[in-house]
Design a protein around this ligand. Sequence first.
Ligand SMILES: [Zn+2]
Length: 449
Amino acid sequence: MGLKEDIYFRSPIFVQNILTSVYGKKLMRERYGETYERIIGELRTKGKVDYREEQLERLNTFLMFCQLHNEYYRDLFIKYDIRLPLQSLDELKEIPVLEKETLRTLNESFLSRIDAPLHGRTGGTSGKSLQVAFTIEDMQERMAHLDFFKEQHGFRKGMRRASFTGRTLTAMNQKKPIFWRTNRPLNQLLLSIFHLTDDNFPAYIEKLNAFQPTAIDGAPSGMAELAQYMVDHDIRFTFRPLAIFPTSETVTPEMRELIERAFGAELFDQYASSEGAPLISECRNHKLHLHHETGIVEPYGEEGEVLVTCFTTRGTPLIRYRIGDRMTLTDETCSCGLNGPVIGSIDGRGTGYIVSEARGKVFEGDLTTIARELPNSIRRLQVEQFAKDEVTLRYVPDEQRFLPNHEKILLREMHHLFGPEMKVTLEPVSRIPKEPNGKILVVKQSMTV
Ligand SMILES: [Zn+2]
């Protein structure tokens, strides 16, 4: 978290809270300034526009920026005879696809010759994330879009928020039941996802009731664990949040149902934490919209992958970047009033998939079909692959609803998905085990190649 960890962890908790707030102040200065105010003002007052026209205009501004300040793209545009401004969005296809490997090996020459002091990752949730640099303007533009998304659901900057975070807030061996820190400048309660256990849940609930957040955001796997405990013990919050905003992980339909039921609020998803990608967020009609002012998403290849061009990557420009995530693009429209095109679904962040002889690659998004035949009797699931013909389906049954014949249905659906040759082990568990980073995977690939 930018602070020297050893000093932080050796300090008493009240000092850790102060250090968290000092860090919060620093974040405030980076995130909210002139660019932020200008962009969010524009978004709030924007009427109906032709998003394609606006995309083309912004694309050209971005490409000209790259030509001027970035060595890699200046050479690339000469080599491929790219003449700016482009006359149509189709002409973007004349620029070659950017593979992760290229970005990795030529890392230095991708850095623009401008002040880009902020660092982030790209590459979705897959292990191979890459460092990229951002300018202050990049960051503020993203924040404006993110806050605008939350405003659609009634949440304004400065309102109380509770965030489930995988950042290390407390020492792993801390026994005293204080697993949160407060970031006063942002009015934010940070809750550690590393200490969510049966013994600690009551303390988390008590703290949330005392804090009374207007919105709950952060890691959905952490939210789902707390939600599970609340449903099992018939506990409700003493407050009602306006909305729930998960970040960075895939939210399965089961997780969504569970979290909404326990927390008593609607969940609105976003695809924004992958910092090299344009923003996509869920509107009040629960449709996903691309924030077209932040970039372009193109379909790529046979397996539902996308290429992203992200206008808020001036520090390390990403043009037609093969990010590894999968989406279903559509021509659907939406009545909510937002201009950006509707994205049918986000089918997989990162490249987590199961491989089967009969069906090839089966991605995270496809796995949600497994439980569809059941009357809500499964709460969470995870598929782990150990060998080409061997997978385990771990699932958390809802004891009240799960009947013996549901196992047969699960097996049938698994074979339907992976082919009859796949050896499937069913493993009912009370909780899906966490990864070392505190997150819970839907697809776990443990096959040694
Ligand atoms: Zn909409």
